[in-house]
Design a protein around this ligand. Structure first.
Ligand SMILES: Nc1nc2c(ncn2[C@@H]2O[C@H](COP(=O)(O)OP(=O)(O)OP(=O)(O)O)[C@@H](O)[C@H]2O)c(=O)[nH]1
Ligand SMILES: [Mg+2]
Length: 412
């Protein structure tokens, strides 16, 4: 009866539930990106969030000009875009009434359905800042939206900023508009190489994102952080916190004489992996993610045969621990016990559970970072490469005998 002690269907259900809880907790961040056609809205969004607005997002039915882009239902990020729209050409009232409709309809609903911030994009190469632009900023502000003004295609070398951009910035500042972030943001969304060979690097994106995150409601901040792809530093901090909670759960059961029961252990693992995936905003939908983590967890085909990777790991580690404690003789005895892996998976000692939890968490972080930085592989659904990567990272962590994981968790 191989499945008696480990209920795989129940485990799947738990993983799914953990994802739902994690997704619900993190919320959704919705950003509106407005500005005249061709000013660099899509490029800016792509640089900060790594998504192609021009693609086939869902929910493009909302209004004539304002379109909601959301990759899938579970996506943490919604972008309201106005492709091809000319604010400077007097279509303003139409735009504002459409935005007003969205704001009013979403006001009754959950926070996750509202527009949380507006990036009003201006390109100083192609447009001046007209009265109609100023009117748009005011009107959006009057709808209760924080409006960030962003100048794109601003060349910057060291401290030297394109004087034309500075002039435009001065001109806009003098209008005394109700802008968010207390300043006008200057960015270059893509590296630019001039004919002369001068390279103008990307700049200003992190500052814009930071100011935006600071302004939006606290409940949607983590979603914004998870959706961005400028750097992973915040994801790492938040993920390590999640691992710490999970490891803490393993330690917390130390009083139990046998250790953590296997079901509790896998539940904590599943919750941790779900939280980390969501924090990284991994670019696959929930179903695919559950499928992947399930395979990583249980070792693909091995899973249904009774003892997957996880169970084997627990058994192996338990045997090692037992061997250390009781010497060679016990080790031999332990080794005899192990082939019936399911005998062992009923319980995990905390001394085994905690470092495993940590190693799984850290390895899963690396898988998530890989998925974020290699979206083309995600599209191709190269599951096996993620499983391989996970196992490689995991083995490295587990053979690294330095007890850094323990001292670190005790320290902070
Ligand atoms: N060098 C540089 N080029 C940029 C920048 N932003 C946009 N571009 C270029 O400007 C062109 C138009 O950019 P898009 O992002 O498509 O503009 P858009 O506002 O989304 O245009 P619509 O969707 O048609 O309204 C593209 O060729 C971009 O590569 C920037 O910050 N720096
Ligand atoms: Mg566009």
């Amino acid at each position: 009866m191989p499945n008696e002690l480990f209920d795989f269907d129940e485990f799947s259900r738990q993983v799914a539930e953990a994802f739902d809880t994690a997704l619900e907790t993190i919320g959704k961040f919705n950003l509106a990106v407005f500005g005249d056609s061709g000013v660099g809205k899509s490029t800016l969004v792509n640089a900060v969030f790594g998504i192609e607005l021009a693609g086939t997002g869902i929910g493009n039915h909302q209004t004539t000009n304002v379109r909601l882009y959301r990759k899938n239902e579970d996506d943490l990020l919604g972008i309201y875009d106005t492709p091809g729209f000319e604010i400077g050409q007097g279509d303003l009232s139409m735009l504002i009434s459409e935005v007003k409709g969205i704001v009013e309809r979403s006001r009754q609903g959950p926070l996750a359905a509202r527009i949380h911030a507006v990036w009003f994009v201006v390109n100083h190469h192609s447009t001046r800042f007209l009265d109609s632009h100023a009117d748009a900023v005011r009107a959006l502000h009057d709808l209760g939206l924080p409006v960030f003004i962003v100048l794109t295609r601003v060349s910057k070398l060291g401290d030297r900023i394109d004087p034309a951009a500075l002039t435009l910035m001065q001109h806009i500042t003098e209008r005394g508009l109700p802008i968010a972030g207390r300043k006008i943001f200057l960015v270059n969304s893509v590296e630019t190489v001039e004919l002369s060979g001068t390279i103008y690097p990307v700049h200003g994106l992190q500052e814009l994102l930071d100011a935006t995150v600071e302004t939006i409601p606290e409940a949607v901040r983590t979603a914004a952080i998870a959706a961005q792809r400028l750097d992973f530093s915040r994801q790492r901090v938040l993920s390590e916190r999640a691992i710490k909670v999970a490891v803490g759960a393993a330690f917390g059961t130390q009083l139990m004489p046998i250790g953590v029961d296997m079901a509790g252990f896998t539940l904590a693992l599943a919750g941790m992996m779900a939280t980390i995936s969501v924090l990284y905003g991994v670019p696959v939908d929930k179903a695919a993610l559950i499928n992947l983590s399930w395979k990583v967890f249980l070792g693909g085909n091995a899973a249904k045969q009774g003892a997957g990777w996880l169970a084997e790991e627990v058994a192996k580690r338990s045997a090692e621990k037992a061997a250390k404690k009781a010497g060679q003789a016990a080790a031999k005895q332990g080794a005899k016990l192990i082939p019936g892996v399911n005998l062992v998976v009923a319980a995990v000692s905390t001394a085994v559970a905690a470092p495993m939890m940590w190693a799984v968490g850290r390895s899963w972080m690396e898988v998530c970072e890989y998925m974020r930085t290699h979206p083309e592989e995600v599209v191709n659904e190269r599951e096996s490469s993620y499983i391989e990567l996970f196992l490689k990272c995991y083995r490295e962590r587990m053979t690294d005998r330095r007890p850094t994981w323990l001292s670190r968790f005790k320290r902070d």
